[in-house]
Design a protein. Structure first.
Length: 90
């Protein structure tokens, strides 16, 4: 069963390759959706996949790429959008 998570990552997560690394991890896990920077410095992700795939992504998000300093990862479950791929939005 496919689930949809709206994920917000706070901390030092912009300018540290967080979006590109999220794209790579999502492709590795078989997750569809998107990642984008927020104007307040957060990173926002909409991700769809199985619960285990999404939980693996959440675990990864809490650490992020090498130079990220993640303070918090929060998520809510949303309505499935049936994304066809995972992409970086500007």
């Amino acid at each position: 069963m496919i689930k949809h998570y709206n994920i917000t990552v706070t901390g030092t997560v912009q300018g540290v390759w967080y979006r590109k690394s999220t794209l790579e991890k999502a492709l590795e896990l078989g997750i569809n959706g998107y990642v984008k920077n927020q104007s307040n410095g957060d990173v926002y992700i909409e991700a769809e996949g199985s619960e285990s795939q999404l939980n693996s992504l959440l675990t990864w998000c809490a650490k992020g790429p090498q130079f990220a300093k993640v303070d918090d990862v929060s998520f809510t479950e949303g309505d499935v959008q049936f994304f066809k791929q995972f992409e970086i939005l500007r």
